[in-house]
Design a protein around this ligand. Structure first.
Ligand code: ADE
Length: 424
């Protein structure tokens, strides 16, 4: 049963109660966001503000949306990826929490675009993006809605790259807070979140043993660092590929082998792309790969593994398990692609665990409040999350974990702010 009306489009309303229980389960691991939600419920800092969130529709996102709603926002939600929607969560949002929601797991790209178009029609004041699809829509087909905007936030590295391209052209039409670049976001979500959820997705999809495998990690940004670390922790031999010298050098000194993808192609049992760029694994690598090699992407868009060329090169494509397809080459080798080259951590697993999304989404909630309070002082540029907010979130997270830390003494404060004292 599809439940479609002017307030949204979801797969199955009957899943709503299951969604509620899972959303509440995630909330237990989100104490920082919970604290913000309590304050927002009292103070209503977002009263009357129209917010459109285009995010992965997960139990963690649900907790962010409910926080913004309790803060007084008029909120709408649409999916930021055709495969990542948890249908029970979408049902709960629409039918229990009264949040207009457009998200169906496995939706076609046409439905995905229609969902964005329908959700945006109410003219948001703030956009909450994961990958900058709302920003792109507002700067192309829906420029008529730009006048309503006071600002936007961006969750992910890829989205900030797109926003920066607009900013560099001088064409960005509203201020954006780059949530991804907050320390309490990318040091944790990108590293520990992507690290764990990527391996989780590969294991859930395939049930293979990681120990003893050679895993090629393409890209050594914060996500790549996390994936390599967790793969090594499970007993894999890790090879890293990179295009930039500094992260390549870091990977070498972190103890991994570093080489070009064409050399790694013949060695890898599993390939994981986390670069944020296109055409990372192409026919030049496919031709060298072992029979049974597994290809997974954990970057934002499905452009990192050239699945289209792989399909053209193969004689047969067959489903082996949910999210697992084998492409059989004319020479008999089978290359195995997970989640059609879309983000494996969100397609085959549930994305990052709640405890880490707690900090990412605390940044989102406080960035929305900041936009409401400060938008008149902002230009049409990309801004960082203010460092006081970043530090406050880290402190709240530590407190929730019952970890206390030292404080600077007065003498230490003074020492740090003086230049007079040097060699004695
Ligand atoms: N991005 C990565 N993991 C996520 C999650 N669990 N919820 C929302 N967005 C995510």
């Amino acid at each position: 049963m599809s439940s479609q009306d002017q307030y949204g489009d979801i797969a199955n309303a009957d899943l709503a109660n299951k969604g509620v229980v899972r959303i509440e389960w995630a909330e237990r691991e989100m104490p920082v966001l919970r604290g913000i939600r309590e304050r927002f419920s009292e103070d209503k800092p977002l009263a009357g503000v129209k917010i459109l969130a285009c995010l992965h529709v997960t139990t963690e996102t649900a907790n962010l949306i409910l926080t913004l709603k309790d803060g007084g926002a008029e909120i709408r939600l649409c999916a930021s990826n055709p495969l990542s929607t948890q249908d029970d969560v979408a049902a709960a949002m629409l039918h229990v929490y009264d949040v207009p929601t457009w998200a169906i797991s496995g939706e076609s790209t046409e439905t995905y675009s229609r969902h964005l178009a329908e959700a945006i029609a109410f003219g948001p004041n703030i956009t909450v993006d994961d990958g900058a699809d709302l920003v792109a829509l507002l700067h192309t087909d829906r420029r008529d809605l730009l006048t309503n905007l006071i600002g936007g936030t961006e969750e992910t590295t890829t989205g900030i790259t797109r926003d920066k391209a607009l900013e560099n052209e001088g064409n960005l039409e509203f201020p954006i807070i780059g949530v991804n670049d907050a320390s309490t976001k990318h040091f944790f979500d990108n590293r520990y979140g992507t690290g764990q959820s990527t391996l989780d997705g590969i294991i859930r999809a395939t049930n293979i043993l990681i120990a003893g495998k050679t895993i090629v990690v393409c890209g050594y940004g914060w996500c790549g660092k996390g994936v390599a670390m967790r793969a090594q922790g499970l007993g894999a031999n890790v090879i890293v590929t990179e295009v930039q010298p500094v992260p390549a050098l870091e990977a070498v000194m972190d103890g991994y082998r570093v080489m070009p993808i064409e050399a790694a192609a013949a060695l890898g049992d599993i390939f994981i792309t986390v670069t944020g760029n296109r055409d990372v694994i192409t026919p030049d690598a496919f031709v060298h790969m072992k029979d049974g090699a597994i290809l997974a992407n954990s970057g934002h868009f499905d452009v990192e593994v050239d699945v289209k060329s792989l399909r053209e090169m193969s004689e047969l494509v067959r489903d082996l398990r949910p999210f697992v397809q084998e492409y059989v080459m004319p020479d008999g080798r089978g290359l195995v692609v997970l989640t059609e080259g879309r983000a494996v951590n969100l397609g085959a697993a549930e994305g990052h665990p709640a405890s880490v999304m707690d900090m990412s989404f605390a940044n989102q909630a406080l960035a929305a409040e900041y936009l409401v309070n400060q938008h008149q002082t902002l230009e049409n540029l990309i801004y960082p999350v203010p460092s006081e907010i970043d530090s406050e979130i880290a402190m709240l997270k530590l407190t929730s974990m019952k970890v206390s830390i030292d404080r600077l003494s007065e003498q230490q404060e003074e020492y740090l702010s003086s230049w007079q004292v040097g060699t004695e």
